[in-house]
Design a binder for this molecule. Sequence first.
Ligand SMILES: O=C(CO)COP(=O)(O)O
Ligand SMILES: O=C[C@H](O)COP(=O)(O)O
Ligand SMILES: [Zn+2]
Ligand SMILES: [Zn+2]
Length: 334
Amino acid sequence: MINYKDLGLVNTRDMFARAMKGGYAIPAFNFNNMEQLQAIIQACAETKSPVILQVSKGARQYANQTLLRYMAEGAVEYAKELGLKHPEIVLHLDHGDSFETCKSCIDMGFSSVMIDGSHLPYDENVALTKKVVDYAHQFDVTVEGELGVLAGVEDEVSSDHHTYTRPEEVVDFVTKTGCDSLAISIGTSHGANKFKPEQCTRDANGVLVPPPLAFDVLDGVMKELPGFPIVLHGSSSVPQEEVATINKYGGALKDAIGIPEEELRKAAASAVCKINIDSDSRLAMTAAIRKVFVEKPAEFDPRKYLGPARDNMKKLYEHKIVSVLGSAGKLAEE
Ligand SMILES: O=C(CO)COP(=O)(O)O
Ligand SMILES: O=C[C@H](O)COP(=O)(O)O
Ligand SMILES: [Zn+2]
Ligand SMILES: [Zn+2]
């Protein structure tokens, strides 16, 4: 049993309270490998931003959960080396799928967990989330629950149909479970193809324009739960210049489209305190690597393509922090 506080990590409580007051959101970036983690920490150190490092089930399988945990511990020291006296780094389990997974993360030093019972019948979601909260809170670990189903991977019935969060359920859910934040569904989804072309319109230049998010649902939730931290999953913007680079250098991404950054700015200014971004980092990494492979086909030192990939991800993370989420300069102590 290791407590995250001994690793220099923090939970989300204070971070979210400040983000709520200040009208900005904390970036939640997924990481699976060293270059991604370096890019995240470099971006946070330069912008003096708090950050949530997310580990998914897929990341645990790919990289090993113990190794990722030690990498996050190392990230605290790395952030200090880069000049932050008091880094604020959360190590968070993304989409925890069982009590056992959440417990094992808490026991090895995670400071925050998501228990995703959104696909379960309501009462089962409540019971599972409460069980995780009761365990987590003994160690001051914060818990994110979820109500509503995101389109796509979370929605196994059909990807056409998604279920927005029902504002009339949120007070009951939060009261019964004691969760610290709530992920909601208002039209975002995971991956780089968030909308079908037929759901979109086209602007004067023929560029796809996605349908707007359901801000009325977010408003409804905020009315029911004033001051409660809300989380948005599936919030990559799918930068079209990265998509174009990937396709120029041999990729085959079709109809890739994300959430316009203007909508994320609006969400960040509201009760949305955590914005999850993974796909954009994957696109930035892939674009940079493809470019090197095509332009320098004789290169075989991985540092020569993973280095540019890291730089491109760092640029993306900084952009999100500074120009979209507004978390730059928001550390509690300098
Ligand atoms: O929600 C996410 C991780 O939980 C990531 O969403 P994106 O696929 O939009 O980056
Ligand atoms: O929620 C999804 C995240 O982007 C993690 O994705 P993954 O399950 O492929 O690691
Ligand atoms: Zn979910
Ligand atoms: Zn997610």
